[in-house]
Design a protein around this ligand. Structure first.
Ligand code: CTP
Length: 396
C-alpha cells in the first residue's frame, strides 16, 4: 500500500500521557502522518511543544485559536483515531456519546471501526463494572480496545491497569491500518439478506434478516484484498461501493445468480436467509378477505441452494450459516455435513437477528470448533474471513 496513513492521537488525563511523544516518534519513523489533540486534563501531563515538534503539526486543544470544526476536519483527515492514554472517564463518556471536549467530540465524529483505545488507569477503576461494561459496549460497536498491562501504577501500587508499551501500541496501529491482504487476487461470492416470495401482488413471505452480516463480510473480504460479488435479497443495509452487487428477490432468482457466479469464485459464503418455502400459486390479483373460515396458503419447498452449490464444488471453499433458535450447535454441524460445506457458522437467532452484535461458533471438518462471543458484526466477519483464509491455506 503506497498512500501515507494518517493517525489522530487523542491524549486524555492519565500519567502515561508523558510517554506519547515517544509513541509519536515511533509512528513517524514507521511513516505515518500524525496530528495530536489533548483533553484539558491531558494538557497538564505532557508538553505541547514536544508533541508539536515531533508530530510536525499543530497540536489541537479545546481553546485552540485555530478552532474550525476541528473534530469534523480531523475525522475526515484521519485513517485511525487512537486515544492513548484513555482514562476511565474518557472511555465512559465515549461509550455513552458524551462529547464535552475535543477528544470526546472527535470520538463521535470518527466511524467506530476507526477508533482504537489504549486504556490506562488504577486497578480498581479498570476492574470496576462500569469501566468493564463501557469497554464491552464500545467493543461490541466495533471500537478496538487494546489490553492493559500489569505493573507499577502511578498510585504506588502494582496491578492491572497500566497502558501497554508504546511499541505494542505502534504495532497495533500498523496492523489496524495495513490489514493483511490475505485474499489478494481471490474471488469471493457472498449471498446476503432475506429472500421474498410473493403470495399476491402486494403480499410476501419473508424473514427478519437485515443483511448486516453479509455487508460486514463483504467489507472484510474487500479489506483483505478480494474481488467481491454480493447476491443480495431485499435489504436496506448499504453494501460496500467496491463490491459487485446483484440484487434479487426470490430464492429461485438467488439460486440462478449464485450458480452463474459460482464457477469462477474461490470462496462462497452463504449468509442469506433463504426462504425454505414459497406459495404453490401466486395470485394475480390481491386476495380478498373472506368473512368466515381460515385462509390456507399451500407452500412448496424451495431448492436448497447451498447443497446444490456444494455438489458443483471444484476448487471452491464453501461456508454456510446456520441460525438456530435454541441450543442448535449439533444441528448446525449435522447441516454442514448433510449439505457438504467446508465450514458452518452457527449463531443463535436471539443473539444475531436484526442486532449489531452476534456470537458465532465456527464449525469445520475434523472437529474444528472456534467460539467468538458478542462481537460486532465487523469483528465476527474478521474472525470468519481469517479462519476461511487459514483453512484455504492463503495465510503463510
Ligand atoms: N440455505 C440455502 N437454501 C435454502 C435454505 C438454506 O442455500 N433453501 C442455506 C442458507 O443460506 C444457510 C444454510 O443453508 O447458509 C443453512 O440455512 P438454514 O435455514 O439454517 O438451514 P435449512 O436447511 O433451511 O434448515 P432449517 O430451516 O430446517 O433449520
Amino acid at each position: 500500500m503506497s498512500s501515507v496513513k494518517r493517525i489522530v492521537i487523542g491524549i486524555s488525563g492519565g500519567i502515561a500521557a508523558y510517554k506519547i511523544p515517544l509513541l509519536v516518534r515511533l509512528l513517524k519513523k514507521k511513516g505515518f502522518e500524525i496530528k495530536v489533540m489533548l483533553t484539558p486534563a491531558g494538557r497538564g501531563l505532557v508538553g505541547v511543544d514536544a508533541l508539536r515538534t515531533l508530530s510536525g503539526n499543530p497540536v489541537f486543544l479545546d481553546d485552540s485559536l485555530t478552532y474550525d470544526m476541528d473534530h469534523i476536519r480531523l475525522a475526515e483527515w484521519g485513517d485511525l483515531f487512537l486515544i492513548a492514554p484513555a482514562t476511565a472517564n474518557t472511555i465512559g463518556k465515549i461509550a455513552h456519546g458524551i462529547a464535552d471536549n475535543l477528544v470526546t467530540t472527535s470520538a463521535l465524529s470518527f466511524p467506530e471501526n476507526k477508533i482504537m483505545i489504549a486504556p490506562a488507569m488504577n486497578t480498581i477503576m479498570w476492574q470496576s463494572k462500569a469501566t468493564q461494561e463501557n469497554c464491552r459496549l464500545l467493543s461490541s460497536r466495533g471500537v478496538c480496545i487494546l489490553p492493559v498491562d500489569f505493573g507499577e501504577l502511578a498510585c504506588n501500587v502494582s496491578g492491572e491497569g497500566r497502558m501497554i508499551a508504546v511499541e505494542r501500541i505502534a504495532d497495533a496501529v500498523t496492523t489496524a491500518v495495513f490489514p493483511q491482504q490475505i485474499l489478494n487476487g481471490k474471488k469471493v461470492l457472498i449471498s446476503s439478506g432475506p429472500t421474498e416470495e410473493s403470495i399476491d401482488p402486494v403480499r410476501v413471505i419473508t424473514n427478519r434478516s437485515s443483511g448486516r452480516m453479509g455487508a460486514a463480510l463483504a467489507q472484510e473480504a474487500i479489506t483483505c484484498g478480494a474481488e467481491v460479488t454480493v447476491v443480495s435479497g431485499p435489504s436496506l443495509v448499504p453494501l460496500p461501493y467496491t463490491a459487485n452487487v446483484i440484487q434479487v428477490r426470490t430464492a429461485s432468482e438467488m439460486k440462478t445468480a449464485l450458480e452463474k457466479e459460482f464457477d469462477t469464485c474461490d470462496i462462497c459464503i452463504m449468509a442469506a436467509a433463504v426462504s425454505d418455502y414459497r406459495p404453490a400459486h401466486v395470485s394475480e390479483t390481491k386476495i380478498q378477505r373472506t368473512e368466515n373460515g381460515n385462509m390456507i396458503i399451500e407452500l412448496v419447498p424451495n431448492p436448497d441452494i447451498l447443497a446444490g452449490l456444494c455438489r458443483k464444488k471444484a476448487k471452491q471453499f464453501v461456508c454456510g450459516f446456520s441460525l438456530e433458535s435454541g441450543e442448535g450447535e449439533s444441528r448446525a454441524r449435522e447441516k454442514m455435513e448433510r449439505k457438504g460445506c467446508d465450514m458452518m457458522v452457527f449463531n443463535r437467532a436471539d443473539q444475531a437477528l436484526g442486532l449489531d452484535t452476534t456470537s458465532v461458533v465456527l464449525l469445520g471438518k475434523n472437529g474444528l470448533r472456534e467460539e467468538h462471543l458478542s462481537k460486532s458484526k465487523n469483528g465476527a466477519s474478521r474472525a470468519i474471513i481469517s479462519k476461511i483464509a487459514e483453512l484455504c491455506g492463503f495465510v503463510s
